[in-house]
Design a protein around this ligand. Structure first.
Ligand SMILES: [Zn+2]
Ligand SMILES: [Zn+2]
Length: 360
């Protein structure tokens, strides 16, 4: 009979430092909330060739752990994508370490979060993946380096009223929903993979035209490196992208005293859900349709759907997306677990959200 030791036992036995965390999410989260150390939340990415992603990952894990980095980092042979927090006191050391790892990372722009309580991540996760941004592209002639031209904030503002310029939001619909550039068009899917051919199809009348300008943007710029390359690959001419995405645009606009043409909130994938860029509330509560841009996860763990809920509905539905989830969330734990086996966990689904009927 083969008895499998769990990974804690193996690590103890071998007396080696684990290259992944061994504590539960709950313990880690509580530890972070209790820790008064000031932390800086930031993100960065770079497309560059990594010969051995697993080795690179293990090296980063050691170095990031030493510096107290927390966050979610993806590594693939096409590059790195990182969202993280660093103890503010270690920020400079972190920067120097990162810049010295590879010449492709030297001087890289780090997007520092605007609204930040330092509690954005409570664990360090580094994962090796096939791609840092799943794109569904298997054409070997596709070259991400042959991408659009970058626009700085002032250039973005100059183009936004131009009737020959089309702004295309390459983020998911739940991101677009709470904030976007004025008049930007939405590419209605929740996967980037589906959005690429969809965007090319939606804009097909602009193909090969020199008198039209396409401006693409996303949260931090990583998706549009690929999206603009995809458009160029498919015969579009004047293709631009907002340098550093909404995060960098907002930073530049604020620094230069420019009016923000991005209205509402910039959705981010961490505990905060979003950074407010302007006071405009461009979305509505999915339950009562009053103006609201508060994203939340349904309190029924069997559902956990991401949706928009105003404060009134939060109280009324006890943080749940509807009466059924409210009923389930109130059940004893054992009953909820039994139900869980019958249900598949749902991610946010726009079609489903639109079918939500408020229970009055
Ligand atoms: Zn409501
Ligand atoms: Zn629910």
């Amino acid at each position: 009979m083969i008895v499998r030791a769990n990974r804690t036992q193996i690590v103890k036995k071998l007396n080696v430092k684990p290259l992944h965390n061994l504590k539960s999410n709950k313990e880690l989260r509580e530890a972070l909330l209790a820790d008064p150390t000031p932390r800086t939340t930031l993100s960065f990415y770079q497309y560059f060739h990594i010969a051995n992603p697993q080795e690179f990952r293990d090296e980063l894990y050691r170095k990031f752990t030493e510096l107290g980095v927390l966050g979610r980092i993806y590594i693939a042979d096409e590059g790195i994508n990182a969202q993280m927090s660093v103890p503010t006191a270690n920020f400079e050391a972190f920067k120097q370490m990162l810049y010295s790892l590879d010449s492709a990372l030297d001087g890289l722009r780090l997007n520092v979060a605007i609204e930040d309580d330092g509690k954005s991540f409570w664990v360090l996760r580094l994962k090796v993946r096939d791609k840092i941004v799943a794109d569904g592209i298997d054409d070997p002639t596709f070259d991400v380096a042959n991408n659009g031209k970058y626009l700085k904030a002032a250039q973005v503002n100059a183009l936004i009223g131009d009737p020959n310029a089309v702004f295309v939001d390459m983020r998911n619909y739940y991101e677009y929903e709470v904030g976007h550039f004025e008049n930007a068009i939405e590419v209605p899917s929740d996967t980037f993979k589906e959005q690429l051919p969809m965007a090319a199809e939606m804009l097909k009348d602009l193909k090969g035209r020199d008198d039209k300008t396409i401006v693409m943007y996303c949260t931090g710029g990583i998706r549009c490196e690929k999206a603009t390359a995809y458009m160029i690959h498919n015969g579009f001419n004047n293709v631009y992208h907002v340098e550093g995405g909404v995060i960098e645009y907002a930073r530049q606009a604020e620094k230069l005293g420019l009016e923000s043409k991005f209205k509402g909130k910039n959705f981010v994938f961490d505990e905060r859900f979003g950074e407010r860029i302007t006071d405009d509330v461009v979305a509505r509560c999915h339950q009562c349709e009053s103006p609201s841009d508060r994203h939340t996860n349904c309190a029924n763990d069997n559902c956990h759907r991401l949706f928009i809920q105003c404060e009134n509905c939060q109280t009324r539905f006890e943080n749940c997306c509807g009466a059924e989830c409210q009923r389930i969330a109130a059940l004893p734990q054992a009953e909820r677990y039994a139900l869980r086996k019958l249900q598949t966990t749902s991610t946010f689904d726009k079609a489903r959200a639109n079918r939500l009927v408020p229970v009055l």
